[in-house]
Design a protein around this ligand. Structure first.
Ligand code: ADP
Ligand code: ASP
Ligand code: MG
Length: 423
């Protein structure tokens, strides 16, 4: 007998029919003798709908007071899901009970809309499991020290599930979704994408941080920190397939470096349309200039990603960086009102129609020429690179958004990731 955490995403919970299927699958695992904890997301489209209502009343969500209410609203999608799933399980003859984040409680900090989990009290859950009940806990939400409801950022149910699994020292955390595992790239963009049987934790961390939305980055961080065995698999297989078959399907996130001889140099391609580029032109090039630009940005709690400073001419230089698109307007305002007067920069320009495309692979550590192969593949397609950033196991480029799909396909092919054509 094992303690297993299942997570079901929005599409998997998308209708009462699908919820019934989830219930049948969970009941199958419980009847096989496992203690089951289930963490579902809101029904698909529901979180967008709820946030859309708030936006109708106030388009800019900049104050903490307003963000608090956004969390109050958005968290309700998951409350509906857990109740429905509990009813569906009870209808299957399986004892089940649902809890919201504050009932468990799942304690977080107060960073509304992107709160971090700090502690999970496992007592109530353990008591239910011991009494033979399936425990269903809302994804995405928690509660802060002042009893305010918080949410964990979009896609945050993955993190709830892994954090619950870590707190309960679960034997495995299974992330059920609308694809049957982690692919070499998003299969919606590249038809030839292949499912990976395993992916190393480090690669998964990079893929998630660079835009592969199949797992929220913080869920991967939790899995790494607490060594939670984690698998991504499909919720669309027939619910009654044998458990052994189901348990070995999908993609396993591994913590041991793969000892296979034929380790691919590049394991996957990630992309991200969520960033915007900002440039300060004609900045006096003197010590402390990067700090005088990015200091106020950091003080405003805005994350900066790619940064480039050009060589200077006549004591002046250009300085570019990217931020999340949600922070674009705020950053532009800040630069114009505070940074330009302070630094004497000539001009601020911005571009929201960019994207970042990245290649990821632990094989890059031991191979040279990987980045140049990337640049060649993009040049062959006539795609101009605006910014480049590298680390040990990834290289990212910022390009015009309109070439994103072309770039991803070209790189997928250039690094031999395409599915072998059927014989
Ligand atoms: P859920 O609602 O189950 O959390 P998400 O939409 O958050 O599902 O994540 C699953 C989606 O992630 C897939 O439908 C797929 O389009 C996308 N995706 C992006 N990159 C990848 C990848 N490398 N492998 C698999 N899916 C990916
Ligand atoms: N319902 C939330 C969202 O849409 C959390 C999640 O699905 O993981 O972002
Ligand atoms: Mg998701």
């Amino acid at each position: 007998m094992a303690l297993i955490v299942h997570k079901y995403g929005g599409t998997s919970m998308g209708s009462t029919e699908r919820i019934r299927n989830v219930a049948k699958r969970v009941a199958k695992w419980a009847r096989a003798g496992h203690q089951m904890v289930v963490v579902p997301s809101a029904m698909s489209g529901e979180t967008n709908r709820l946030l859309g209502l708030a936006k109708e009343l106030s388009p800019a969500a900049t104050t903490p007071e307003l963000q608090r209410e956004l969390d109050m609203i958005a968290s309700t999608g998951e409350q509906v899901s857990v109740g429905l799933l509990a009813i569906a399980l009870q209808a299957e003859g399986m004892p089940a009970v649902s809890y919201t984040g504050w009932q468990v409680p799942i304690e977080t900090d107060t960073a509304y809309t992107k709160a971090r989990i700090q502690r999970i009290d496992d007592q109530r859950v353990r008591a239910d499991l011991a009494a033979g009940r399936v425990v269903i806990i809302t994804g995405f939400q928690g509660v802060d020290a002042g009893s305010n409801i918080t949410t964990l950022g979009r896609g945050g149910s993955d993190t709830s599930a892994v954090a619950v699994a870590a707190a309960l020292k679960a034997d495995e955390c299974l992330i059920y979704t609308d694809v049957d595992g982690v692919y070499t790239t998003d299969p919606r963009i590249v038809e030839q994408a292949r499912r990976l049987h395993t992916i190393s934790f480090e690669e998964m961390l990079e893929m998630a941080s660079l835009g592969s939305k199949v797992l929220q980055i913080r869920s991967v961080e939790f899995a790494g920190k607490y060594r939670v065995p984690l698998r991504v698999l499909s919720s669309f297989t027939p619910w009654d397939i044998p458990i052994d078959e189901e348990a070995s399907s999908g993609t396993l996130i591994t913590f041991e470096e793969d000892v296979k001889m034929e380790q691919a140099v590049v394991s996957g391609i990630a992309f991200n349309r969520d960033e915007a580029k900002i440039s300060l032109l004609g900045v006096p090039d003197k010590p402390g200039i990067a700090f005088s630009i990015l200091g106020p940005v950091a003080d405003a709690n805005i994350d900066v990603d790619v940064i480039i400073q050009n060589v200077s001419h006549d004591g002046k230089t250009d300085f570019s960086f990217t931020v999340h698109r949600n922070d674009y307007a705020r950053t532009m305002d800040l630069l114009k009102s505070v940074v330009v007067p302070r630094t004497g920069a000539a001009e601020v320009t911005g571009d929201t129609r960019i994207c970042k495309v990245s290649i990821v692979g632990i094989g890059m550590r031991s191979h040279v020429g990987v980045a140049s192969r990337m640049f060649q593949a993009l040049s062959d397609e006539g795609i101009n690179i605006q910014m480049i950033t590298t680390s040990e196991i990834k290289t990212s480029v910022v390009i015009d958004e309109k070439y994103m799909e072309l770039a991803v396909r070209a790189l997928h092919k250039a690094f031999d990731l395409d599915q072998p054509a059927a014989a």
